[in-house]
Design a protein around this ligand. Sequence first.
Ligand code: ATP
Length: 350
Amino acid sequence: MEVLIENLEKRFGETRALLDINLKINDRELFFLLGPSGCGKTTLLRTIAGFYAPDSGKIYFGERLINDVPPHKRNTGMVFQNYALWPHLTIEQNVAYGLEVRGLSEKAIKDRVREVLDIVQMEEYAERTPNQLSGGQQQRVALARALVIQPDVLLLDEPLSNLDAKLRLEMRSEILRIHDKTKITTIYVTHDQKEALSMADRIALMRDGNIEQVGNPRTIYRSPANKFVADFIGETNWLEGEVVEKETDGLVVKTEIGVFQTAETNNMPIGTAVWLGFRPESVELKKADFNCVETVVEQVMYLGEVEQYSLRLKGDLRIKAFEQNPLEIRQFGDVLLIHISPLNFILYKK
Ligand code: ATP
């Protein structure tokens, strides 16, 4: 089911939680709403669910305008942070509830409940109550309860935030597997950029009630629309600079620590003041004929699979660099030559 949102606005008193949101979520898509606390992602999800009425704008499920349709008639399934299972009912009864209120026969209910418990791999726990399950298992049941009604749209509100780090990783692949199997259009709210990058078909990155960028994970990470998106989606080193030359294969930028060739071909005139950004993992520890700078190691942090360095540059600037599986041990005070490929720079007008 496609979800179309047009010019959506929502205010709470003086707070403008959503400002003119326009978004098209494709049928079968696993779509993420990502952004910092207070950016409006939960408000948007709840407005789609029908718990909040928009002040203006339209929401369509397929061809159908649903602004005036009450939540229980929108055929959405919702999963919350805190699972919200009924403690006095068994897992089977928890999952069956949504079908009972729809008046299905006892046999149809039993079959359908078995089917979804099988999808979330919880069949053997059907007779237990929620307090006899782990957090991850409870979250699977919450998913089963949302899926059992065969929703047109599945809405997930930070579904993994109550789980520990390892379980969170496991449940990421579990949700991907379930989405692959059911292909239900899913809208997933999170503030965890790794969760969004690793799972999403597409992401809408929000700030202060606006959408800053919509794109697939690679586009958002590699070509962020602005400095805010770049900083939110991953770590970035920033240098202040000025465009000094325009070459056919990219702009040349002069900074405090040297001149860099970028692959940025947009139309900034010479003299434009810019932010020049690059990710820690794009710093290569090698000598090259261009885009090369001398640095001094200031701090080394061993993280297992990567080594993280804080490197000091001329003018007391510092940058962060990662080295994958290093063979040499770097130490405080070591001089390292670094190179950054033109393709790994991002550039924004200041
Ligand atoms: P978080 O990740 O912290 O849940 P969020 O991105 O989901 O944040 P929202 O909960 O959508 O953000 O809140 C957006 C803005 O609207 C915030 O400024 C918040 O304080 C405000 N807000 C949200 N719900 C209400 C409400 N029921 N009454 C008044 N203000 C609200």
